[in-house]
Write a protein that binds this ligand. Sequence first.
Ligand SMILES: Cc1cc2nc3c(=O)[nH]c(=O)nc-3n(C[C@H](O)[C@H](O)[C@H](O)COP(=O)(O)OP(=O)(O)OC[C@H]3O[C@@H](n4cnc5c(N)ncnc54)[C@H](O)[C@@H]3O)c2cc1C
Length: 473
Amino acid sequence: MAQSLGFDGRLVLPGDADWEDARVGRVFNGRRPDRQPDAVLIAGSVEDVQRGVRLANEKGWTVAVRSGGHSWAAWSVREGGLLIDLGALREMSYDEETRVVTANPAVKGGDELSPFLEQRGRFFNGGHCPSVGLGGFLLQGGQGWNQRGWGWAAESVVAVDVVTADGELVRADETQNSDLYWAARGSGPAFPGVVVRFHLATRPLFGFLGHTVHGYELEDFAEVMAWLYEAHHRISTDVEIVAVSTPIPLPDGTEKRAFLITGLAMVDDEETARAALAPFNECPAIDRAIFVQDCAASTLAEQRGQQTLQNPEHWQYITDNAWIDCDNTPDGIARTVEHLRPLFTTNPTDKGFAIWMSNAPMRDLPDMAFSLQTEAYVASYTVYEDAAEFPRNREWLTEAMAYAQPVTAGQYLGDSDMTHRQLRFMAPENWARLREIIAARDPQGRFHRYLAKDHDSLNVNHWLAEVADVAAA
Ligand SMILES: Cc1cc2nc3c(=O)[nH]c(=O)nc-3n(C[C@H](O)[C@H](O)[C@H](O)COP(=O)(O)OP(=O)(O)OC[C@H]3O[C@@H](n4cnc5c(N)ncnc54)[C@H](O)[C@@H]3O)c2cc1C
């Protein structure tokens, strides 16, 4: 039976009627792991999180955390120990003077925080899918709306409230517990504590959202992608630039896969948006486009709706990603585009998709754990309902990512699964500092760290680790 044991929430144990729901019910990906924690604490308050960590200390349990449940690889579900589920804590408050919003980590960036701020004329660049939780998203860097122009969402974290390994509640910011503040912006699932509140700088809500979308046949992928590689540096940084391989609806009710290039201008007015999006009309293949939508007026609600359609909840997903290196010469672009081609043109699942996201022009990052990026990010997703498809889809993604390896610099934690493929995700010096912080803050290893197949070669592109293994043999 679920127990209260002095908790404001509940402690759910294996054998309880709602055990399965507590263990994996809030995991977005329908591809659920078998891993079994010893207990799940549905925290009813911040004090519960402190009580949970102290209970884990007494019992010698490890602690895993769940905020929004959107980790593709279900990082919150670990073998043994206590899972602290923060899903019931969803408070938000806004300070008119500082323009800082405070929110619990399970608050959904799009569904909850964005409308709350819109009513106040403010905006925070949370994750694209509206139901992504702030917790995991911000801890790993946070590729939010127009990250290209406005920076990683973690750059807007001004402070975090953290329950530490001994169950204390502390504030971490530039001036106090600054090691935790540094780690909270990029360490992802290795953060040595439980964040219970984020304090986030907001920006003014833009006045106009203009959306350009060109749909192209897959045969035109190489030409259009090469053009985008050449053009993305000169498009205004108020425009989020994404290329997507995705199914599109046809008039007869069927769907077919197409290659879309999109620009979302988040600006003051329509005139500015039209000017910012005008370069898309220079695409040399535009006359062959299946459709062209030029700077259509859009809303955040519409954008959120499109993201929800693209990512159906509880379907089965296998995902992988890469930071892509390209030398921006015509030959370099052609080579890069060829290495990306299978990811964008051969996805074996009807609903599967791939995204290429511009991160150019590159900006220096503030001093924080998140520290690896290149001018373009690619992620690929197989999306299916029948678990029997897993082997085929896994094999396809493995091969397509391997084909992209010659232009791969590393990975973003957000779309990664290190039980399958390990890549660099952080600058080496940041990785060294993060390990020191973890060792000092959590010497007993109370909190779970990266869920990886090989902990000795973390933050190394696996092909380099393999070469080292062969050399050592
Ligand atoms: C449909 C979909 C769309 C996505 N879109 C984007 C996107 O646009 N941009 C982007 O950057 N990412 C995106 N992601 C990836 C997503 O940001 C990551 O999976 C992120 O980890 C999800 O955060 P969460 O809190 O919902 O996940 P959870 O699964 O709850 O958390 C993941 C892990 O983070 C750690 N963690 C979470 N909260 C805390 C906490 N409070 N304290 C300490 N550790 C914690 C834990 O290790 C936890 O297991 C998307 C994922 C999905 C499923």
